[in-house]
Design a protein around this ligand. Structure first.
Ligand SMILES: [Zn+2]
Length: 84
């Protein structure tokens, strides 16, 4: 991630630990991923065993982690800029 915006030179990290708040956004997105995956397994794969739920949710969460990581930071930046 860039320290400053290449276009307008805005600093992204205003203070040390600025992105700890993004962890909460990431947590919320992860919860959504878990729920949607479980919903799909239940309704479209005929409610498989608990092991299938756990492994599928783990794999989906790991595959989507790079997207989740970046997206939660972007969302967090929007949230703190809106409140300032
Ligand atoms: Zn910019």
């Amino acid at each position: 991630m860039h320290e400053k915006c290449p276009n307008c030179n805005l600093r992204y990290e205003k203070q040390p630990g600025n992105f700890y708040g993004a962890m909460y956004v990431s947590y919320a997105i992860s919860t959504g991923i878990f729920l949607v995956t479980a919903f799909i397994l239940y309704h479209f794969f005929n409610d498989p065993s608990l092991e299938v739920y756990l492994i599928t949710i783990l794999v989906v969460a790991l595959v989507l982690f790079p997207i989740n990581f970046r997206f939660s930071r972007i969302l967090f930046l929007y949230i703190i800029w809106k409140s300032n």
